[in-house]
Design a protein around this ligand. Structure first.
Ligand code: ADP
Ligand code: ZN
Ligand code: ZN
Length: 820
């Protein structure tokens, strides 16, 4: 028998291996196998099994099988095939998403140096600036390196021939080591009584006088009436291992190993609410429930205003899915930022549900994943990556806050959009898909208008709560009237004061972190920039540093201008730290907490802050867009926006949409129960169309305007965009590569619209120059995007064959969310 194996690497082909007799029962489609590959050992996925093969070369045998249950089957493989085809990656790169990180068995090459000899050889090479000299210097200082480490240190990938020649001279040896998986099943010691209850009681008097501790242990085991984890037993009885060992020797207890599940614990807590659905909620739940039983594909778009109780609709639908023995997938934007919704699902669905996300430890993720494969968990809640969890028999896929741009994978290939992919997954699994939002994306609403999706609406808040009253404050005018203090208008300060005096809570949004966003020299005009990126450094006052928000580099704040030395430095721009600082000046006795990625970097911190906010131990929350994400606290009656401009002028065709969504969402945090809510938005563009629509809470008006702009300017949903990026430390390489690719793709494509490539808006990140090319194809000629994909792929193949820049990688981003 033969197996076709795919590797999680950028190759497009599969490789054939023979299945040794002792593994025949274990090798199945969908399991991972360990196989030799060249001189290496790799983990790959079995995608097919056959009795014959046409392969003529020597076929190597599979070494080992890693999974006892398949991760995917022929049907779910189709989904990965779609992902790789649509987002233009290899199938292996798509399949890589199907397993949690840390499970592969792989060989890693490393080198071991003869340090003395290297030192001698280095002496004679010293004056040359060659790679050889650099490597010799490194290996005369330290004995072992991973090859990848050396590549990084000398800033060059192709060091293999140099290493080979040094190996010949005896300066180093290249070794291959097999690295095991980084996570394993966790087993711990348990203790149980080895005799019956009666017999155990009988021996108590005997040992009582000499070994009182042993008696305590036995009594604890008797009362537990089941095996107890050793560590917990010792803690509870305040004894130590020797007492347990003595009992073991007397044959009174057994000690054995048992697997335990590492479970992620959400720090945010609240009590379960008992809820009776409103008439509108009930109607939607009934309609959709009925369809769930039909087991057919269909997509709904739930447009429900903020506070209309969408979460409860989701929960009821998931209960329905469980009742017919199916499973459900619930996607949320960034789970570590949305502890409240997770907790509500947990409260309602208990042991059937698991989370999956990157803030869990490797072990927690692995155990959750196995729990899903084994059918223990029937519901998975998680961010975009949860789309790949191995649920079988799916009845419903929910995408909450479907407009959120974090559904787009932007770092790794394939750069999939989990919202769009969820719809395809629904189609392939014959199940329902429910996209929900108070501010649906333009694309989804357009699909609803075309009847591709069925629109469901919740137009009112639950409990007769009113949408908050919004006021726009023209900060330029207020400044002229001297009615501002720092970043606050007097109006906003007065409102905050009023709410605080009524013991109500306030949320303040400023969508930038740090203290000052620019450090500027008044004499020469220089702005302090990151050395590696073409962006300005942000001042963080707590640690008194400047930080680049693109690469994370930090530097001390300079005493003088780094260009002319002048001491007249000015700190411009406002981040969350400055807002927090000003607030504590105005309201010294008030408890304020800041929420941004700096302040909540520790696991569980956000949940802790929100717990305290819910209990009334915090009065004001200040933060970045994180504070706009679904928070539901009944005591929040005022939301203040320091500046509506942070997203408005981004050079991106979605800037208006993002601003509308952010402001509407943050406004939606106010007045979610009986007490009426109020929103103050400070702006310099009071009459801007987006702000006017936010003011009137007019999603439909905003949509109508935006969709006609999109049509006129030929943007999605009327056209499909693909962004191609090259990057390199040498600017000529990045530019040369993209120009070559552009020449190739422009040749034969009358249906595509191409604009010559250009430096990216942020021209350099982490020391690499970036170039962008946007390829556009119109839906009317190319509805499914096939022409576009073929052109991109074929041009890539040609580029890889003949461009002299072919070592420079092309990064493909289909349907990009961000073109900066
Ligand atoms: P949305 O996600 O639509 O903004 P939520 O789902 O957070 O709104 O619901 C807002 C609040 O209303 C929550 O506190 C929720 O528990 C409550 N709620 C939802 N449905 C009902 C209902 N039928 N009756 C009473 N309260 C409800
Ligand atoms: Zn200067
Ligand atoms: Zn940087």
């Amino acid at each position: 028998m033969f197996a076709q194996v795919i590797f999680p690497l950028p190759f497009r082909n599969s490789f054939t291996y023979s299945i040794p007799a002792d593994l025949i029962d274990f090798v199945k489609v969908g399991v991972r196998v360990v196989v030799p590959f060249g001189k290496r050992v790799l983990t790959g996925f079995v995608v097919n099994i056959s009795e014959k093969t046409d392969v003529k070369e020597k076929i190597k045998p599979i070494r080992d099988v890693l999974d006892d249950k398949p991760i995917f089957n022929k049907d779910s493989l189709k989904f990965y095939e779609w992902i790789s085809e649509y987002y233009i990656s290899s199938l292996g790169e798509a399949l890589k998403n199907s397993v949690p990180y840390g499970l592969d068995v792989e060989s890693k090459r490393k080198i071991v140096a003869d340090m003395e000899l290297s030192m001698e050889l280095y002496e004679s090479e010293k004056n040359k600036k060659s790679i050889k000299a650099k490597i010799l210097k490194l290996i005369s200082e330290k004995e072992t390196y991973k090859i990848s480490q050396l590549q990084k240190l000398v800033k060059k990938k192709s060091i293999h021939s140099t290493l080979k020649s040094l190996e010949k001279k005896g300066a180093l040896t290249i070794l291959t080591e097999i690295e095991d998986a980084k996570v394993r099943i966790k087993k711990v010691k348990y203790v149980k009584l080895s005799q019956s209850v009666d017999e155990t009681y009988k021996i108590l008097p005997e040992i009582e006088s000499r070994s009182p501790k042993q008696v305590v242990i036995l009594l604890e085991l008797l009362s537990a009436n089941k095996p107890v984890q050793l560590s917990q037993l010792l803690k509870k009885t305040n004894t130590n291992q020797s007492s347990v060992t003595s009992l073991f020797k007397k044959n009174s207890v057994d000690i054995f190993y048992q697997e335990i599940e590492r479970r992620y614990v959400e720090t945010y807590e609240e009590l379960k609410q008992d809820i009776t659905l409103t008439t509108q909620q009930d109607k939607i739940v009934k309609d959709i429930s009925q369809k769930i039983t039909e087991q057919k594909f269909k997509t709904y778009l739930l447009h429900g205003v903020t506070g209309s109780g969408k979460t409860q609709v989701y929960i009821e639908l998931v209960k329905k899915v469980l009742s017919i023995n199916k499973t459900a997938l619930v996607l949320v934007p960034e789970i570590s930022l949305t502890p409240q919704i997770t907790t509500r699902f947990y409260n309602n669905l208990g042991d059937n549900i698991t989370v999956m996300h990157s803030r869990m430890s490797l072990g927690e993720r692995y155990d959750a994943w196995r729990g899903v494969i084994n059918g223990k968990y029937k519901i998975v809640i998680g961010p975009r990556s949860a789309l790949f969890s191995p649920l079988k028999n799916i009845g419903l896929i929910i995408v909450d806050e479907e407009h959120d741009s974090s559904y787009k994978q932007y770092e790794l290939t394939p750069k999939y959009n989990a919202r769009d992919a969820a719809v395809v997954k629904g189609q392939l699994s014959n199940c329902l898909v429910l996209l929900g939002s108070a501010t649906p994306s333009i694309e989804s609403m357009y699909n609803a208008k075309l009847d591709k999706y069925e629109l469901k609406e919740l137009k009112e808040r639950v409990d007769n709560a009113k949408l908050p009253k919004i006021t726009l404050v023209d900060v330029t005018a207020e400044k002229k009237k001297q009615r501002t203090e720092g970043n606050f208008s007097k109006v906003l300060l007065e409102k905050i004061n009023e709410r605080l005096s009524k013991k109500e809570n306030v949320i303040i949004l400023q969508n930038r972190r740090g203290f000052a966003t620019q450090i500027y020299c008044e004499d020469c005009g220089e702005i302090e920039m990151c050395d590696d990126c073409s962006v300005s450094m942000v001042h963080h006052i707590n640690r008194n540093i400047m930080q680049c928000h693109y690469c994370g580099n930090t530097k001390p704040v300079p005493k003088g201008c780094s260009k002319c030395g002048s001491l007249s430095l000015k700190f411009f721009g406002t981040g969350t730290q400055r807002v927090e600082d000003e607030l504590s000046f105005h309201f010294p006795s008030i408890k304020i907490e800041r929420i941004d990625s700096d302040s909540i970097s520790r696991k569980g911190k956000l949940g802790e802050i929100l717990n305290r906010f819910r209990k009334g131990e915090i009065d004001i929350l200040v933060g970045t867009q994180i504070v706009a994400k679904g928070l539901d606290f009944s005591n929040v009656t005022l939301v203040g926006v320091i500046s509506a401009e942070t997203t408005l002028w981004l050079p991106d065709f979605r800037a208006d949409e993002r601003t509308f969504q952010l402001l509407t969402q943050v406004a939606g945090r106010a007045g979610r129960s009986k007490a009426e809510g109020e929103v103050i938005i400070q702006t310099q563009n009071k009459s801007h169309f987006v702000l006017q629509k936010v003011l009137l809470n007019d999603y439909d008006g905003f949509y109508e305007n935006e969709i006609s702009l999109r049509e006129r300017n030929e943007y999605p949903p009327f056209a499909r965009l693909c962004l191609i990026e090259t990057k390199d430390e040498n600017e000529n390489n990045a530019r040369g590569a993209i120009s070559d690719y552009y020449k190739i793709i422009s040749k034969n494509n009358k249906y595509l619209k191409l604009v010559p490539p250009a430096p990216a808006l942020i021209a350099k990140i982490q020391g690499k120059y970036r170039y962008h090319l946007i390829v556009r194809s119109y839906k009317k000629n190319d509805p499914g995007g096939k022409i576009l994909r073929n052109a991109i792929l074929n041009s890539m193949i040609k580029y890889n064959q003949k461009s002299r820049y072919r070592d420079i990688k092309l990064y493909i981003d289909m349907d990009p969310q961000n073109i900066i």
